[in-house]
Design a protein around this ligand. Structure first.
Ligand code: LRH
Ligand code: MN
Length: 385
């Protein structure tokens, strides 16, 4: 692709931002508050809209229920529209209720499983109200000690619960299933890896696909292989972009390993994933850094990784690969990766009527000072954990 073609593809790239990135977050050791943090979903949407204002590439916001519970979801969707954004994926939450200590949809007790399924069905009702297409399911379900529960029976319970929710989905709705290899469970997790998620999605049907969260893999996992495989099977539903040095650190996408993000976006673009209905989302926590700039930086990092991936000379790469030219084919990829795409992206932004440098433009907007002054009192939003 030449520069104009890369720009054309980048104009179509949409990165969904998570409402919870604008609230307080932290670790079991401490959750630090920050000035101006939103107190409700309406204020979260206002902050998310700032990310779209300066990047032009983040027009939807994913919600998390009940963190974003409101009386009137249509009013929330209308508020989003007034801000120039839309409500995206609806995330369920079956990991914070006291009843879910031994699991939710995999819990030994049928009444607890029913409660969890009812929450998932409520999330589909919310999708009907907000016009959202995707129900995102991540389950903390698992065990901490060998023998604590029957691993096979938990899969039976999971499969049964998912089938009930799948049957409720509307024509244009999907369920996207996210896996994670550990935490909060420390011995077994019921959806621990892409294979388990893929197998359940295959059994459910065409409206079920897999979510790849970059922080949910054992160290050393080749995530771009998983991406290539799921794309080939038409079962890559969405991404939760973030980065990590150790575990599910939920750091800024590309911050810890920009080369990995490039390799992932190379497999995405090579596999047709840029126009295959894959939902590109951020799933991050800005525990100590300013949240809106953190989100703007994250969108820019995904844009940069994608631009580099689109610059890969596919013809030269295919020829070198066919010739078994190990160093040659690797060099083709590294040439693209080592290309400074920031001038191209700055040019694209100016062509879109945006500031060339979104971080500088936001810093100069006075918005951070405005919300810090206005948002006095009330309870700052957070995970409520
Ligand atoms: C779980 C997870 C999931 C969300 C939560 C905010 O670790 O990645 O996607 O529900 O973070
Ligand atoms: Mn996630």
């Amino acid at each position: 692709m030449d520069a104009p073609q890369v720009k054309a593809a980048l104009r179509e790239l949409r990165i969904e931002v998570p409402s919870w990135a604008y609230g307080n977050s932290g670790t079991r050791f401490k959750v630090f508050g920050q000035p101006g943090v939103p107190r409700d979903p309406f204020e979260k949407l206002a902050d998310a809209a700032e990310v779209n204002r300066y990047t032009g590439a983040a027009p939807t916001v994913s919600l998390h229920i009940p963190w974003d519970k409101v009386e009137d979801y249509k009013a929330l969707a209308a508020h989003a529209a007034d801000l120039g954004v839309g409500i995206g994926v609806i995330n369920s939450n079956t990991f914070q209720d006291d009843d879910y200590m031994l699991g939710s949809v995999c819990h030994p007790d049928a009444a607890i499983r029913r409660k969890a399924v009812d929450h998932l069905l409520e999330c589909v009702d919310i999708m009907d109200a907000t016009g959202s297409a995707d129900l995102k399911l991540w389950f903390a379900d698992g065990t901490n000690y060998p023998g604590q529960d029957d691993l096979r029976a938990r899969q039976d319970r999971l499969s049964e619960s998912l089938a009930v929710v799948y049957a409720r989905l509307g024509e244009d709705q999907r369920m996207i299933l996210e896996y994670k290899f550990f935490e909060p469970a420390f011995y077994s997790t019921d959806v621990p890896d892409w294979g388990t998620a893929y197998a359940h999605c295959l059994k459910l049907g065409p409206k079920a696909a897999v979510v790849v969260d970059t922080g949910h893999h054992a160290p050393g996992t080749n995530i771009e292989f998983i991406v290539a495989f799921l794309l080939r099977e038409g079962k890559l539903g969405a991404f939760d972009f973030n980065s990590r040095f150790y575990a599910d650190d939920d750091l800024i996408a590309g911050a810890a390993d920009p080369f990995q993000l490039f390799r992932i976006m190379h497999e995405v673009s090579r596999g047709g994933g840029l126009d295959a209905g894959v939902n590109f989302m951020l799933d991050q926590c800005h525990n100590i850094e300013a949240k809106i700039p953190g989100q703007i930086r994250s969108v820019m990092n995904v844009q940069e990784a994608t631009a580099k991936a689109l610059l890969v000379d596919r013809v030269a790469l295919a020829a070198a690969q066919a010739a078994g030219d190990v160093l040659g084919s690797n060099a083709v990829l590294m040439d693209a990766y080592n290309t400074d795409v920031r001038p191209l992206l700055a040019e694209l932004r100016e062509e879109q009527g945006l500031a060339a440098d979104p971080m500088r433009a936001y810093a100069g907007s006075g918005y951070a000072e405005k919300i810090a002054a206005e948002r006095i009192g009330g309870a700052q939003a957070g995970w409520g954990a």
